[in-house]
Design a protein around this ligand. Structure first.
Ligand code: HH2
Length: 301
């Protein structure tokens, strides 16, 4: 199984780690840390050295406390220099851009991005699908409800008895929009949107029954990194301190069928997922020829 993105085919024969590069002043766990293009690029390069297979660059936060929507011009000002610089600095690493705006998607693809990660699942600006289809880009269709300002809140977290069924049905409808606009089926990945319009109980239900999302037939991405449900389970209040819980959740999602992992803390996730995959994966009996094929430098034991 593989994922066809612009200019590359991403093999899913082992877990794929996407390092998060937030070029925002207000992201929930690292807002403001890498707000200048130079800092964001340096951070991204560190993530690649730690073993990231791909990078996900975002210029607009959807933070749980209610995010402030950003205009097209400002989002482009944040994202484009970073995409351009990364294209040159690490040509072998496909870049995903986290946006809900077709104008940003088009410019980002033009600047060298390979994937558009739409946390609105084509609800806010369905023209993203056409932009991706025309560019031959990968498209992450994520489940959420509401707008940028409230999709990470509990405003729309109202579900009947079958939470997972509702999420899968809504996600499936959004995938149909992508296909209808001409996006190649092999270019689509789906994401159940952990923490988006979901209380912890809903996120846990979805992760536990992830096989129902896998059954849609597309590679499954999850973004569990530092999310609120990890804080509620572990009691760790500060998002940046939720690394170990995040790794545990990522490994559990791998066991349930996820193949793409959007993470802040790349080294830990890379090592944990690779170790878990050596046990769970199709070649469980054999050691991978190159355990750190993602680029992590060799380190003494
Ligand atoms: N989560 C966030 C942002 N983008 N994309 C996908 N596909 N899946 C996710 O779970 C996901 C996502 C939120 O996390 P973060 O980027 O750290 O924070 P913020 O939205 O505050 O920038």
């Amino acid at each position: 199984m593989s994922w066809r993105v612009r200019g590359a085919v991403v093999p899913l024969s082992r877990p794929v780690v996407l390092g998060i590069v937030n070029v925002t002043p207000d992201s929930f766990s690292d807002g403001g840390s890498f707000f200048s293009a130079e800092d964001a690029v340096a951070h991204a390069m560190r993530l690649v050295a730690e073993g990231a297979d791909m990078l996900d660059v975002g210029g607009e936060s959807t933070r749980p406390q209610g995010a402030t929507p950003v205009g097209v011009e400002e989002e482009l000002r944040r994202v484009l220099p970073v995409v351009g610089a990364l294209r040159t600095a690490c040509p072998g690493i496909p870049i995903s851009v986290d946006t809900v705006k077709s104008a940003v998607a088009a410019a980002a693809l033009e600047a060298g991005a390979s994937v558009i990660n739409d946390v609105s699942g084509l609800r806010i600006d369905p023209a993203i699908a056409r932009v991706c289809a025309e560019a031959g880009a990968g498209l992450v269709v994520m489940h959420s409800r509401g707008g940028v300002g409230d999709m990470s809140t509990y405003q729309h977290a109202t579900y009947g008895p079958d939470v997972v069924g509702e999420v899968v049905a809504e996600l499936s409808g959004r995938v149909d929009v992508a296909l209808g606009a001409g996006v190649h089926p092999d270019a689509i990945a789906v994401d159940p949107g952990i923490g988006f319009s979901k209380r912890s109980i809903h996120s846990l239900a979805v992760l536990s029954a992830l096989a129902r999302v896998v059954a849609l037939g597309y590679p499954v991405m999850v973004g569990v990194s530092r999310k609120r449900f990890i804080g509620e389970i572990t009691g760790v209040k500060k998002p940046a301190g939720r690394t170990y819980g995040s790794i545990g959740a990522a490994v559990a999602a791998l066991a349930r069928g996820a193949r793409l992992f959007r993470v802040h803390d790349v080294r830990g996730a890379r090592e944990a997922l690779d170790a878990a995959w050596a046990i769970l994966g199709p070649d469980a009996a054999g050691m991978p020829a190159e355990p750190s094929a993602g680029g992590a430098p060799a380190r003494p034991d």
